[in-house]
Design a binder for this molecule. Sequence first.
Ligand SMILES: CC(C)(COP(=O)(O)OP(=O)(O)OC[C@H]1O[C@@H](n2cnc3c(N)ncnc32)[C@H](O)[C@@H]1OP(=O)(O)O)[C@@H](O)C(=O)NCCC(=O)NCCS
Length: 160
Amino acid sequence: MAQNSSDIELVMLTIDDYEEVVQLYGEQYLKRNPLAKVCKETTLKDQGESQVKDIKRTLDSGLSIGVRDKTTKVLVGLRLSAIFHVDKTSTCYVGDENEPSKTYRVLARYSPFGKEIKDLGVTTVLELYAVCVHKDYCRRGIAAMIIKVIVHVNISQLSN
Ligand SMILES: CC(C)(COP(=O)(O)OP(=O)(O)OC[C@H]1O[C@@H](n2cnc3c(N)ncnc32)[C@H](O)[C@@H]1OP(=O)(O)O)[C@@H](O)C(=O)NCCC(=O)NCCS
């Protein structure tokens, strides 16, 4: 088991990492995530084709981070994310059921003043699709660290 943060390294995930990402996501996210368990969607097959598409979308975004063990190079953590742009489809409450639309509707639903997100003129949203850390590497601040890294990358990308 890894003992401290000096034995891991952060890498940018790309589509070349797809197989490894799917393996970690299947074993350490779907089988442990409370919502996936409650919904009985604990394998990639249960989640359907859209899940495969979504994972590939996050790997193509340039905003997904992986955590590798420095010695073995095995992928032990991941942060899958992507940017989506709010458009007419995203704000439409019926019809299109793609993931960004659903994410937007959840944000709009839970914003303090109902339509606040729309009223503020938000046009770009960072979608945090999944965070997962292998159980042998948990409780060392890795998840917190990779979330912060993503936010930093996102802000610099947005200002370009
Ligand atoms: C949730 C998960 C990503 C946490 O990874 P991690 O690297 O252990 O998290 P961190 O060490 O950065 O912990 C940050 C904080 O999260 C909370 N936390 C983490 N694991 C927790 C647990 N099992 N129970 C309660 N709180 C927990 C704690 O507040 C922790 O702070 P602390 O160390 O001061 O107690 C990891 O357990 C995991 O992969 N779970 C399965 C997938 C999942 O459910 N992902 C989240 C939904 S996207």
